[in-house]
Write a new protein. Structure first.
Length: 202
């Protein structure tokens, strides 16, 4: 009897999991919709359990809400903690956001080497904002030896994705009197990469 019960449980478990996983994915999507509507209380209610269970998208978006103080007291150190959890799971927007917090010293000590490290990880995954910021750091020699060829390479990668600021920067690198500009805001999944932003990314 016990053996039959155990066998039934084992056979039913994959079905239960396959039904539960889409609900979890939908929950993060629902949080995104609530966030866009400005319903931060609902977004937080959905994101908290997902983030606690290790969902990188939820962790990044929760970090963004802490960074901006949306529906929760602003706490950039806490934001950096959530960005790091998601970044270490390979989430490219979180890697960009963590790089940004290091570059700006927002809630954590300013560290150009760490900023470079996380921008590079995101850039290598195709994140255009990170590619632009990595290029700026190479162009300026910020946290790395100045390397104009490497700067141009990354500006081109971002520009090829339609990133407006990188396209502008690419035209400025050959003009010593002009200053190239990094992204300075976090990134969210709803922000098109072709638009210049100045905040971290959800």
């Amino acid at each position: 009897m016990l053996k039959r019960f155990f066998l039934g449980f084992v056979l039913a478990l994959p079905i239960a999991l396959s039904q539960a996983l889409p609900v979890a994915a939908q929950s993060v999507q629902d949080a995104g919709e609530a966030y866009k509507r400005g319903d931060y209380a609902t977004a937080l209610k959905v994101l908290w359990p997902q983030a606690a269970q290790g969902n990188a998208e939820a962790q990044n978006n929760l970090g963004l809400m802490y960074y901006r103080g949306q529906g929760i007291p602003q706490d950039r150190a806490e934001a950096a903690s959530w960005f790091r959890m998601a970044a270490e799971r390979g989430h490219p927007r979180a890697q960009y956001n963590l790089g940004l917090t290091y570059h700006k010293g927002a809630g954590i000590p300013q560290d150009s080497a760490e900023a470079l490290k996380w921008f590079r990880k995101a850039a290598e995954q195709g994140n255009a904002k990170a590619q632009n910021n990595l290029a700026v750091m190479y162009h300026r020699g910020d946290g790395v030896s100045k390397d104009s060829a490497e700067a141009v390479k990354w500006f081109r990668k971002a520009a090829a994705q339609g990133h407006a600021r990188a396209q502008e920067n690419l035209g400025l690198v050959s003009k010593p009197s002009e200053e190239v500009a990094p992204e300075s805001q976090p990134e969210s999944q709803s922000q098109p990469q072709s638009q210049p932003q100045s905040q971290p990314a959800p």
